[in-house]
Write a protein that binds this ligand. Structure first.
Ligand code: FES
Length: 160
């Protein structure tokens, strides 16, 4: 019995087995592979095979996608992990801390955008001078209207 378990634990998985066990469609697995998120090798019969640690990697990918992490960032994070071994609890701790900070940053940005949009509700001016959503980084606008850089005698120094 223990012999069968140890053989199964090291036996590679086919793409169908990975799909069934992870709940991810075969087409999505192929897409992940194209993007460098997961890796396989080919048998003599040209069939894909995966190490069993792929299941935890896919779990990490799915969680990261739910958090809105771009696939390129997920791929970069997974590259920091050794290939061929299971994603450990320590690995997950590092990745989740990193993505928590990213999520906090996006929440801050979205909160600011929501507050700016609240100012716009009922306005409708969409003015370059007045609307922070229309012109979010208007540093020259603080010095007055018009072509401030074309008439240096009229323009006070730009605040940076
Ligand atoms: S639409 Fe008027 S302030 Fe944004």
């Amino acid at each position: 019995m223990s012999t069968i378990k140890s053989i199964n634990r090291h036996q590679p998985l086919s793409v169908g087995e990975v799909s069934r066990r992870s709940g991810v469609a075969v087409s999505a697995l192929h897409f992940y592979e194209q993007k460098g998120l997961i890796h396989s090798w080919r048998t003599n019969g040209n069939q894909r095979r995966y190490h069993r640690d792929i299941l935890r990697r896919i779990a990490v990918i799915k969680v990261a996608q739910r958090l809105g992490i771009p696939l390129s960032d997920i791929a970069g994070a997974l590259e920091t992990l050794p290939e061929g071994r299971t994603v450990t609890a320590e690995d997950w701790q590092q990745l989740s801390n990193r993505w928590r900070a990213d999520l906090d940053d996006r929440i801050d940005k979205l909160t600011r955008l929501r507050d700016q949009l609240t100012d716009c509700i009922g306005c409708g001016c969409l003015s370059v001078e007045a609307c922070r959503l229309r012109n979010p980084s208007d540093t020259l606008g603080e010095n007055g209207s018009g072509p401030r850089l074309l008439d240096p005698d009229e323009s006070p120094p730009v605040k940076r």
